[in-house]
Design a protein around this ligand. Structure first.
Ligand code: COA
Ligand code: ZN
Length: 395
C-alpha cells in the first residue's frame, strides 16, 4: 500500500526573512506576523536567533508569552549557534524547540570556523546535548549540507541524533541543488539514518527552492522551511505562499489556510519594505490576470483553460486586461460588464481602434467607455444621416 505523504511548514520569516538586506522587524511587527502565521495553521514558526540583538530577544519573549496564553498554537523554534552563550540564552526563553546550526562542508570548516571534521563533530554532539539538557526539543541543521561529503554528513547526523536531536534540517545553503538530486539525497539519508525526521531548507540562488522542497517531501522530508514572500539571505528561500499551494496541489497537504496568504504577503511587504513584483506566483497582483485574446476567450468559456486552481480559494478575483492583444470575445465581455451594448461590427470597430493604438499599455474602463461612446455615436450619426438622406415622410 502506498504511504500517504505528510509534511508541514516551518515559517522562518522572522529569522531567515529578517536576514534579507535592509529588513528589520520591530517587536510589535514580529508579534503581529507570528500571530497571523499561527492563525493560518503554520506548524512551526522560527521566531529568531535570540543572541542577535535586544529587540529580537524582546520580540521572541513576547511571542512565547502569547503561546503560553494560548493565542499562538504553532511550535516556537529559536535559532542558536553551537556555542554555550547562544544555547543558554535561547534556553532561558519559553520556546518549544532550539535549532542549532553548524556549517559542516569543508569550505565552512576550513575558511569560517577553522575546525577539523573531528572537532566539529564533537562541538555538534556537545551542543545538541547541552540544548537537550534544558528539556527542549532540538533540531540540528548541518549548514551547507548539500556541499558536504555524504559520508561525513551521515556521521554528523548520527552524532546529532544520538545527542538528542529529533529533527535534522538539511540546508542547501547556497542553492546548488536540483530536484532530482534533492530527492535522492533525502531518500539516502532516510535509508542510512533511522530515527530522525528531516527538514528541507532550500535557498533560491538558482530559482529551484520550491522545486527542491517538493522533491525533498517526495524523498521523505516532513517539514519545509519557507518565508513569506521568499525573504532571506541574498535572494531568499522557498516562499511560504508558493509551497503551501504546491503542497496542496501535488500532495493534498493542508499546510496553511490558503485564503489568507495574500493578506500575509501584503503585511510582510509593508513590514519588510520589500515590494513583490506583480508577476510573483500565487499572491502577485497578476497571478490571476489574463491578457491575450485567445486566453481570455478560453477563460470566459471555462477558467480551467488557463488557471491551475480556482483563485477564489485564495480570496482572489480573476480579471483580464484589454489592449492590442485582446480579441473580440474579451472586448465584448468587458463592454457588456460596463453596461455598453454594441453590435458585433461596432465591437470590431472598437477593437480596431485599440489595435491601432499600440503604445497604450492599458485600456481602462474610462478609455473603453470613451471609444465605445465614439463608435456608437458615430453609428447614431450614420443612422441620422441616413434618415436625412432619405426622410421617411418624403413622398
Ligand atoms: N556555531 C558556532 N560558532 C559559529 C557558528 C556556529 N554555527 N557559525 C559561525 N560561528 C562562529 C564563527 O566562526 C565566528 O567565530 P570567531 O568570532 O571565533 O571568529 C563567529 O561565530 C561569527 O563571527 P561574528 O558574526 O563576527 O561574531 P560575533 O560574535 O560578533 O557575532 C552573532 C555573532 C551571531 C551575534 C552575529 O553574527 C549576529 O548577530 N548574527 C546574525 C545571525 C546569523 O548570523 N545567523 C546565521 C544563520 S545561518
Ligand atoms: Zn538559510
Amino acid at each position: 500500500m502506498e504511504t500517504k505523504i505528510s509534511a508541514g511548514i516551518l515559517d522562518s520569516t522572522l529569522r531567515e526573512g529578517e536576514q534579507t538586506p535592509g529588513v528589520v522587524f520591530t517587536p510589535d511587527q514580529r508579534v503581529e506576523i507570528a500571530r497571523k502565521l499561527s492563525d493560518i495553521g503554520i506548524k512551526m514558526i522560527e521566531v529568531g536567533h535570540p543572541a542577535v540583538s535586544p529587540d529580537v530577544l524582546e520580540g521572541i519573549k513576547r511571542i512565547t508569552r502569547l503561546k503560553k496564553d494560548g493565542y499562538i498554537t504553532s511550535e516556537i523554534v529559536a535559532h542558536s549557534r553551537a556555542v554555550s552563550s547562544d544555547i543558554t540564552l535561547a534556553a532561558s526563553l519559553e520556546i518549544d524547540r532550539m535549532a542549532i546550526f553548524y556549517g559542516i562542508s569543508d569550505t565552512h570548516l576550513t575558511s569560517k570556523t577553522h575546525k577539523s571534521r573531528e572537532d566539529a563533530m564533537s562541538i555538534i554532539g556537545e551542543s545538541v546535548a547541552e540544548a537537550k539538557s534544558h528539556g527542549l526539543k532540538v533540531r540540528f541543521t548541518p549548514e551547507d549540507a548539500s556541499r558536504t561529503d555524504y559520508n561525513y554528513l551521515i556521521e554528523v547526523i548520527k552524532t546529532a541524533r544520538d545527542a538528542g536531536a529529533d529533527r535534522i534540517g538539511i540546508a542547501d545553503t547556497v542553492g546548488i541543488m536540483n530536484p532530482l538530486r534533492t530527492k535522492d539525497l533525502f531518500l539516502h539519508i532516510r535509508r542510512d539514518v533511522p530515527g530522525i525526521e528531516l527538514d528541507i531548507h532550500a535557498h533560491n540562488d538558482m530559482g529551484n527552492a520550491v522545486a527542491n522542497s517538493l522533491s525533498a517531501i517526495e524523498g521523505g522530508a516532513t517539514i519545509v522551511h519557507s518565508t513569506i514572500n521568499g525573504l532571506g539571505e541574498r535572494v531568499g528561500i522557498t516562499p511560504t505562499q508558493i509551497i503551501a499551494v504546491a503542497m496542496k496541489f501535488h500532495f493534498g497537504i493542508e499546510a496553511a489556510k490558503l485564503d489568507k496568504l495574500g493578506e500575509l504577503s501584503r503585511l510582510v511587504e509593508v513590514h519588510s519594505g520589500i515590494r513583490m513584483p506583480p508577476n510573483f506566483p500565487i499572491t502577485g497582483e497578476y497571478a490571476f490576470v489574463h491578457k491575450s485574446g485567445v486566453h481570455v476567450s478560453g477563460i470566459l468559456g471555462n477558467p480551467a483553460t488557463y488557471e491551475f486552481m480556482d483563485p477564489r480559494s485564495l480570496s482572489v478575483t480573476r480579471s483580464y486586461t484589454i489592449d492590442k492583444y485582446s480579441g473580440k470575445h474579451a472586448l465584448q465581455s468587458k463592454l457588456t460588464s460596463l453596461g455598453i451594448n454594441l453590435t458585433d461590427s461596432e465591437v470590431v470597430a472598437v477593437l480596431s481602434q485599440i489595435k491601432n493604438s499600440p503604445d497604450t499599455r492599458y485600456f481602462d474602463n474610462a478609455k473603453l467607455q470613451e471609444i465605445a461612446g465614439y463608435v456608437s455615436s458615430s453609428r447614431q450619426a450614420t443612422v441620422y444621416r441616413e434618415i436625412l438622406k432619405d426622410p421617411p415622410n418624403q413622398m
